[in-house]
Design a protein around this ligand. Sequence first.
Ligand code: SAH
Length: 549
Amino acid sequence: MSLNKSMHPRNRYKDKPPDFSYLASKYPDFQQHVHTSLAGKPVVNFREPEAVRALTCTLLKEDFGLTIEIPLERLIPTVPLRLNYIHWVEDLIDGQKQPRRGIDIGTGASCIYPLLGATMNGWYFLATEVDDICFDYATKNVEQNNLSDLVKVVKVPQKTLLMDALKEETEIVYDFCMCNPPFFANQLEAKGVNSRNSRRPPPSSVNTGGVTEIMAEGGELEFVKRIIHDSLQLKKRLRWYSCMLGKKCSLAPLKEELRKQGVPKVTHTEFCQGRTMRWALAWSFYDDVTVPSPPNKKRKLEKARKPLSFTLAEPGLKELQARASAVGCTSSSPVDGVTALLEKTLTDLRVLHKRVPCRKQEQSLFLTAVENTWIHGRQKRREQRRQLRELPRAPHCAGTSSQTAGTPPPSQSQPTSTNSSSQDSNAENETTPSNEPVKEVTPDTTGEQKELPESGTGEDVDMESSTCAEPGQEADPQEAVAAASEAPSKRPLSPGTVEHFLFKCLLNVMLEESDVVIEMHWVEGQNKDLMNQLCTYLKNTLLKSVAKS
Ligand code: SAH
């Protein structure tokens, strides 16, 4: 299952996160950086540069047969995000498995793009670097992997981008250039001042870059503008020019610059892993190039279809089973136990629910929420005061007031874990906009720690932050609607027959290997954020006991 919003479809880590346990057992250097999380899963602390470096070197070794050395005081790349860019370049030049010629501007100590491009696709590279330490390491990394025939590392002066690197070779047409530019304009920006909303938390992993690596005069915007201006002179000497961007706000001015200069072909994409977002821009002076479409439209459609989900890891299930017995569940199946606990919570919340037919070893509940009983107590009181002001004499309606009947909903659940970080932001400070303080982390497919939003905030809830399953794998929600309205409910109001509701959804509880996965599929209603809030509330309620045990 993938937690990654926009990993490239060919990225080997997209649906197959690195197996930390396996890697730890095979690589002692990596093993010392692997810990066990509260939920019993192996995790890596991405705030430690040593740990990030160990993971990068281990993945390069295990999955690409590459042996590299990187100093801690220089930028430590992370593999999954670098692979996204390589795959996007493949799309641009149609260059998978074909010998092509590229330039990597600022290759870094790792020389990661040329090493990956040469190993995966047999590409030739001219790799440039200004920093002495980076140049020395990059040269050594190429040599020790026997890739000197494909990769040439050159030392260039600071003011140079493409022009000087190419001045000796007037004949060769390069298929592409790529660049991960120094992101920051100054020390303050490098520390995160001014670069983000003040409510956002600091970067979740360490920034290891050296001064020339992460800072350039004017930041990445000026750096990329300089590449654009070189490209206006070099034009068809390269088929595609491309750049990675650490800040979304760089994209629009750079596209505007390209438009002003009359560059005929321009496209962009975005890469995301866990909390780390990156953007990439590409432009060409050739009319016959295939231009991959930007991701927006596709993403919006996917977003609308995908269920919300969360996982209860095996080690915590025993405790949940004990709680389920306490509420009268006699089955020993973890799916039944979790379902019983969910039913109890839903009853407490007065969310109408009934079981509907589903596949063996799964449970499916059809939910109809008629009132919002899961929002934060304070928020709820505020809302009630507002309602009282506006409707002083309005009578309470059965089933629609959160204060008139039944058990009051349980209070907001507590955090279960805050060991959160993002694998690819060691030197890459920009992360996806965060919501409220984080409650739970789930490893995503890159082995990163994915942060999930706090329950019941009612704001900024990112549907995409949840795990997604392939559409069509589960029971059709519409069938479930029919099923739900056929059988009468034991409750006074039947989920299928309620006329006024906030939303309806289908909740599936499934076993996946030894874990239990809960998915919520939208059926209909006012606002999907409400389902997102309820999903987070249910997750936190279940995980609360796991964290305590
Ligand atoms: N490509 C590597 C490193 C990116 S950091 C990676 O993705 O991990 C940016 C790199 O650009 C640094 O190593 C920095 O030293 C180098 N650099 C800065 N200005 C440069 C210039 N004008 N020409 C070439 N390299 C430059």
